[in-house]
Ligand binder design. Structure first.
Ligand code: PRX
Length: 632
């Protein structure tokens, strides 16, 4: 498709146009898509409500833009290459025409099993092509998918099912992940004991282990598709009909369901994919994320497929069966664009250069980073040893809520600057503000990152709770979307993301709300109060450090620490398990009862050189006790 920027001067021109005439800019881009009915108005918005509508009153189906629009040119081109967890198992290659047929067939199955437009469907599946087919089939029939990362616990899954009142769960018998085999169906069964809205569970057979199938509720994937036709008339959806809900953590309360709608998300996930990665028609593109996260939605499934790209899906983990697995896959499929997270890079960097030796990595043209700030050391290692100094490195900043990449170099076009997400994409208007909301203009400034104008894939609401959306993103600085991140604009005008400025921890590129982890810890019967903070961690970026006041009557500290970690694992999932737990006699509190987290962060970081002003503490003596307890 056109609208691919090719030079830096073109980028600046397009950027200016997108600011001066946003409606014309996006309207022209949207004309490349297939619409059942054109829009009346490109954009209506206010950030007070907030209310944002793109391509108002247009009708379309996103999957027609992947299939019907592109099949005449792409029919036999490979859409998805699937690499299994076990390298000895055969890979799969699915062409665009096969993917179309499989999507149609599963769309028919969804409808036969009672799914109608607007119903919510939970996808709790391994990284197999069927996960993508499930998403596409939902989009085709107009159902709203909500993918839940298959590493989340049954409690976390049940919370999400209940929050969106889903009607169906799509899952598998089990998951192969590295050396482990995870009994996914059993987790679903446990979750469903705490919900009453699920009518059907469709189970994809992956590991062939024995599972319990509840009569009348649970059906096998291969059985429900058996007699279904491989053609399906795509539902006509409104531009603003919900495409999906994706749950993400914030600084308060339970995870919220970020809502993305059809047309704007389609236009922006495609535009950003095409421009950031500079994909060319014969390229093989690989994003290592899981479809359970926004990166998997936008840059494994929707963006690449809307571009007609060959997108690689990998079921396993970077270190199984050996630490060179990623590089083996790059060589095996001659991957041209490779997109991963800094945490994976740091983990692999720790193995040294030996695992790289057998592989040429010659095919790579572009390498990318996402999910957390990339430190300069990891940036250089990635650039020098994986990109061999010749591949542009795109450090892409964005969020679940933004739906697509917001700030990033365009590969080979924007000059690279280590650890800088660099410049906004056309259509994106970042603004840096101080604590009072005053704009910090010019270069060499540091403050809070906000966006002052809507882009097509901005979240529309948080599911079932619009007030929460307003409070979380549009209230801190009225009239602006607040990202929760700190940022610096350097002397060249390049942006460097500094990390979260709220109570969100970024662990291995995954967002965890401190309140959410605290709530889980507090479920332990011996815990009286807890406080969780992040601290710098060599591999994960940030680690989770928990302080807990406990009733110590019948347990040793060691026992309690293990039990607390296990409680969090059970309630949220392994990704939220604290790296460190310190049992403390009290927490530093101000006279108004607020925990002074600054002190807890310093102790967790093992940096007690300057503890700042502690005179407003109700219990200043606790600081020394905590420091001592941490062995400092
Ligand atoms: O803090 C930023 C960090 O990840 C947060 C968004 O997390 P999530 O919604 O899970 O989406 C992750 C994948 C898009 C942001 O608020 N973040 C993401 N990308 C970067 C980043 N921080 C620095 N540099 C990045 N490239």
């Amino acid at each position: 498709m056109s609208h691919k920027i090719k030079t830096l001067s073109e980028y600046f021109q397009e950027y200016q146009k997108s600011i001066d005439q946003p409606e014309q800019f996006w309207g022209q881009i949207a004309e490349n898509f297939r619409w059942k009915k054109p829009w009346d108005k490109v954009l209506s918005w206010d950030f007070e409500g907030p209310s944002v509508k793109w391509f108002e009153n247009a009708k379309l189906n996103l999957t027609e833009n992947i299939f019907e629009r592109q099949l005449p040119n792409l029919g036999e081109k490979t859409a998805i290459i699937w690499e299994p967890n076990d390298p000895k198992e055969a890979e799969r290659r699915i062409s665009y025409s096969e993917l179309y047929e499989l999507t149609c067939q599963f769309s028919n199955a969804l409808e036969s099993q009672g799914i109608q437009k607007g119903d919510r469907v939970i996808i709790y599946m391994p990284m197999v092509p069927e996960a993508a087919i499930a998403m596409l089939a939902c989009a085709r029939v107009g159902a709203v998918h909500s993918v839940v990362f298959a590493g989340f616990s049954s409690t976390a899954l049940a919370d999400r099912i209940n929050d969106c009142q889903a009607k169906m769960v799509l899952t598998s018998d089990g998951n192969f992940r590295g050396a482990k085999n995870i009994a996914v169906k059993a987790v679903v069964d446990e979750a469903l004991e705490r919900t009453d809205c699920i009518e059907k569970v469709i189970v994809y057979q992956r590991t062939k282990e024995e599972v319990t199938m509840k009569a009348g509720r649970d059906v096998w994937w291969h059985e429900v598709i058996e007699n279904e036709s491989r053609s399906h008339a795509a539902a006509s959806l409104d531009a603003e009909d919900l495409l999906f809900i994706l749950y993400t953590s914030g600084s308060t309360g339970k995870p919220k369901g970020v809502v993305h709608t059809t047309a704007g998300y389609m236009v922006y996930s495609h535009y950003s994919f095409s421009n950031v990665f500079q994909y060319n028609q014969d390229d093989v593109y690989w994003c290592t994320a899981d479809v359970g996260w926004i990166t998997g939605h936008s840059y494994i499934v929707y963006g690449p497929l809307l571009e007609g790209a060959t997108t690689l899906m990998f079921e396993g983990v970077p270190t199984y069966p050996h630490a060179g697995r990623f590089w083996e896959i790059v060589d095996k499929y001659k991957v041209n664009q490779f997109y991963t997270a800094p945490t994976a890079i740091r983990a692999l960097q720790a193995y040294g250069l030996e695992p790289l030796e057998p592989y040429s990595l010659d095919s790579l043209k572009v390498i990318g980073s996402v999910g957390e700030p990339i430190n300069e050391e990891a940036w250089h290692w990635y650039h020098d040893h994986i990109g061999k100094g010749k591949c542009p490195l795109v450090d892409t900043w964005w969020q679940t809520e933004t739906g697509g990449i917001m700030i990033s170099p365009l590969a080979g076009i924007t000059p690279n600057k280590p650890a800088h997400a660099s410049l906004p994409l056309p259509g994106i208007q970042p603004i840096i503000v101080d604590a009072e909301g005053e704009e910090l203009k010019g270069n060499n400034v540091e403050g809070n990152l906000c966006i002052k104008f809507p882009w097509p894939s901005i979240l529309r609401t948080t599911y079932g709770d619009h007030k929460r959306c307003k409070e979380t993103y549009f209230s801190a600085y009225p009239g602006l979307y607040f990202t929760g991140d700190g940022v610096k604009r350097d002397h060249d005008g390049y942006l460097r993301i500094l990390g979260r400025v709220d109570d969100v921890i970024n662990v291995s590129g995954h967002r965890m709300g401190t309140a959410e982890v605290e709530n889980a810890i507090n479920e332990h019967p011996k815990v009286i109060e807890s406080a969780v903070v992040g601290y710098p961690h060599d591999i994960k970026g940030q680690g989770i450090y928990a302080y807990a006041i406990c009733d110590m009557e019948d347990n040793t500290q060691e026992e309690l620490i293990l039990q607390i970690k296990d409680t969090v694992r059970k309630i949220i999932g392994p990704i939220a398990k604290p790296d460190a737990v310190q049992i403390v006699p009290g927490l530093p509190k101000t006279r108004s009862g607020k925990i002074m987290r600054r002190i807890l962060r310093k102790v967790a970081s093992r940096d007690i050189s300057n503890m700042g002003d502690t005179s407003t503490l109700l219990n200043p003596e606790i600081v020394d006790q905590i420091i001592k307890g941490a062995g400092l």
